[in-house]
Design a protein around this ligand. Sequence first.
Ligand code: S3P
Length: 172
Amino acid sequence: MERHVVLVGLPGSGKSTVAPLVADALGLPFVDVDGVIVRRMGMPVERIFGEFGEARFRELEREAMADLLAGPASVLAPGGGWAAQPGNLEAGKARGLIVYLMVPAATALARALEGTERPLLAGGEGLARMTALLLERESSYRKADVTVDNSGDDPASAATEIVRWIRRRGAG
Ligand code: S3P
């Protein structure tokens, strides 16, 4: 069976930075799942949220992940909300190893604000919002096969830890 590696965690947890490093080390393709949705819809994530709403985005996200999980082995980085939607984590586990990239809410926020537009954090009160997201989602993230601390500024060492763990599991 094709085994994927799926990185989950808050926006700003480092999924899109760590996943390509893991993919390189394992010789697998890396897929940024938001990127797939954006290409399919021909518009950025914030516009999908604005025009069609979050519920529609979650459907698009579930479909994109289902398609990718059915394809050849890869390292997948879905957006931070994917893992917390009912049924998604189970679908991922059936086809891959799930890695939770753990960071405190404040670290996630500082990193997320440096990056691209994030509709769920728009409107200020970012730390309260990120803390609420973590509270809402942590029990889902914790169902991952392994948890890796990515709170330091060293994505390469988080990637190395993930690759070692995968090799110990005999899956890479
Ligand atoms: C979301 C995270 C985003 C993106 C969308 C919703 C979330 O991806 O999918 O804005 O619900 O946490 P990142 O985790 O890559 O920021």
